[in-house]
Design a protein around this ligand. Structure first.
Ligand code: GCU
Length: 614
């Protein structure tokens, strides 16, 4: 487990070296299950203003300035010249995106400064104060009381700073420079088919922990009995590992799962870690599944530090071309979904936002969601788990990334680590996806190969995949060929027969997938403007989309080893790549639901097909 902190400091060192920017060494891993820690929410109204020329960060020679907006300066004397004032500036809600909260910023890509005042009372000498961000899109530079805590890149994973030495009892303020400018070396790169929502898009918490605290833990059903555990079919084996924030031996940890009458003591080793395995009678353990999303109350205690969690136990594995959940074959009745709210089309950031979308997926008869194309917020993942949805979680290595840029790789790997770390106790997540529609090249293969090796080293209980693509057929034969097949457990690919190619040829199509692994169709589909009706040959009509689904499903049904389908997409969503007036108007219209929740005719085709798959 400590290797993670080593890797994190290595990454930070790499970033410092590569970016040549002095980054305050305040960054710490975001504690596991942060919502179960003692914390104060800093959500709410934050002052903000846009800074198109980053004047609050650079001087007129474009050198970083010490007198930037992060100082939050106020005129001390009548003649003082201060040309900004957060407290006089408007406010917007955090968490949230600026695009849908301020009309002027709807299309804005650049820097926006945010400020929040907060009070702290009764700081105990042993308290550590951690400032936690669920996510900020895209680049965040964080200051506390005018001092720099750190810089983070990547818009969809949590990050955290130890600000103990930066805060004080009484009044404090945090300032964040947020910049969502796209760049070719970023992850995602500069083009992507979703709205580039900018802002502090997820929760902000001020967390209080002790000098020593439980940094991370992992509690999941294992596929095999580890050394010292005699394999027996009457027992199930639960892997338990834990890491303190520092190397402290002899710390007593108590793990309790009251419903299983399980209470066991462990002691940390000289690295401040525990790596163990529990065995529980199979008859006692209810396994998590979509039909029975059983979660157990779990308590992990170290002295007066007590963390409670809700954890489900299930196994996911492959056998040849079969996908097995809890040892039984399963078909993934899936749909792809962006993290965008129903009706209001803004960034989701709560269980309620997720609940509406999950309700639509349930109407379709789904038991699986592909969370596209980036890790979604923790509330959504936990809500899906409570409701019994299996999940695919992905990092935004999307289309043509700068494969040979070391900085880009470090960024992608950090996002992968943070995605797995945050959700590795979520039974609902069965697949980690490393990429989407990436062009074949040696550099790409090396990049993704390294990510795959890293993912395996971090989590051996889940499956690996990525959205490959089949973009053409010769003589109606579609052949999947991708060097990355050797790294994944499930071969998944996107295909758009009937929309981007071969309209009305689906019935003639044959498929060759030369890999002895389960197959998931990670995307297929076509667009329709809800309410537009006409001949099935007329693009954008609901009838065209309906026919496309009918033909595609009949075609896909013939694929050997087909273990799941994830049509693109649950609902129409915003995209700057979709301008067609009167039809798209800034929305990708491939939804089975409109953005206003209207079912399109294709909805019924898929629902009935999924009914037949139950
Ligand atoms: C691609 C891509 C999606 C995109 C979709 C589309 O396959 O993965 O992000 O939105 O196709 O073109 O609609």
């Amino acid at each position: 487990m400590k290797r993670k902190t080593f890797y994190r400091s290595l990454t930070v060192a790499l970033l410092v070296m590569l970016t040549g920017e002095a980054i305050a060494q305040k960054e710490v891993p975001a504690p596991q299950n942060v919502y179960a820690r003692q914390n104060v929410s800093l959500n709410g109204d934050w002052n903000y203003f846009a800074d198109l020329q980053e004047q609050g960060y650079y001087d007129y020679r474009m050198n970083p300035t010490k007198w930037g907006y992060f100082v939050n300066a106020k005129p001390q004397n009548p003649s003082d010249l201060i040309e900004y004032d957060f407290d006089m500036s408007p406010t917007m809600h955090v968490p949230g995106d600026w695009n849908t909260q301020d009309e002027q910023l709807f299309l804005y890509e650049g820097t926006v400064w945010f400020k929040k005042d907060f009070e702290i009372a009764n700081i105990k000498p042993s308290d550590r104060k951690l400032l936690y961000f669920g996510a900020v899109n895209y680049e965040a530079i964080v200051y506390v009381n005018g001092k720099k805590a750190g810089k983070h890149v990547g818009g969809f994973t949590p990050f955290c700073y130890d600000v103990t030495d930066m805060v004080k009892e009484g009044k404090n303020f945090v300032i964040v420079k947020v910049d969502n400018k796209r760049h070719k070396d970023n992850v995602p790169t500069q083009i992507f088919d979703w709205w580039n929502y900018g802002g502090i898009t997820r929760d902000v918490l001020l967390v209080t922990v002790g000098e020593t605290y439980i940094d991370d833990y992992f509690l999941q059903l294992s596929r095999e009995a580890k050394t010292g555990n005699r394999k027996s079919s009457n027992s199930k084996y639960i892997d338990f590992s834990l890491a303190l924030n520092r190397e402290e031996a002899g710390q007593e940890i108590t793990l309790s799962i009251p419903e299983l009458k399980l209470k066991q003591k462990f002691v940390t080793d000289d690295k401040g870690q525990i790596n163990s395995q529990l065995s529980v009678p199979s008859s006692k353990l209810e396994l998590w599944s979509p039909e029975n999303p059983k979660l157990y109350k779990v308590e992990i205690a170290r002295g007066d530090e007590v963390i409670t969690d809700e954890i489900g136990f299930r196994t996911i594995e492959t056998r040849g071309r079969q996908l097995l959940l809890n040892g039984k074959p399963i078909f993934l009745r899936g749909v792809c979904s962006h993290e965008e709210t129903a009706y209001t089309s803004r960034r989701c950031n709560s269980a309620e936002d997720a609940d509406t979308l999950l309700g639509w997926a349930r109407q379709l008869g789904c038991n699986f969601l592909r969370l596209a194309h980036y890790p979604h917020n923790e509330h959504a993942v936990r809500e899906a788990e409570r409701q019994g949805f299996l999940l695919w979680s992905e990092i935004p290595v999307y289309w043509t990334i700068s494969w040979q840029n070391a900085d880009t790789y470090a960024n992608a790997e950090q996002q992968l680590r943070d995605m797995i770390r945050r959700d590795h106790n979520r039974a609902a997540i069965i697949i980690w996806s490393l990429a989407n529609e990436t062009p074949h090249s040696d550099a790409r293969d090396q990049f993704l190969g390294r990510l795959a090796t890293t993912a395996r080293s971090l989590d051996s209980t889940r499956l690996l995949s990525m959205a490959m693509e089949v973009t053409g057929a010769s003589n109606y034969v579609n052949r999947l060929q991708d060097n990355m097949n050797k790294y994944v457990d499930v071969v998944s690919f996107n295909q758009y027969i009937g929309w981007y190619r071969d309209v009305n040829d689906a019935p003639k199509m044959k498929w060759e997938i030369p890999y002895e692994k389960p197959v998931i169709i990670s995307e297929f589909g076509g667009g329709a403007k809800a309410g537009l009706h006409g001949d099935k040959g007329q693009r954008w009509t609901e009838e065209f989309q309906e026919n496309l689904y009918r033909e595609n499903l009949a075609m896909l049904e013939k694929i050997e080893g087909l273990s799941g389908t994830c049509p693109w997409v649950l609902k129409d969503f915003r995209s700057p790549r979709r301008p067609l007036p009167g039809i798209q108007d800034g929305f990708n219209r491939k939804g089975l639901f409109s953005d206003q929740g209207k079912r399109k005719l294709a909805f019924y085709v898929l629902r009935d097909w999924y009914e037949s798959k139950k």
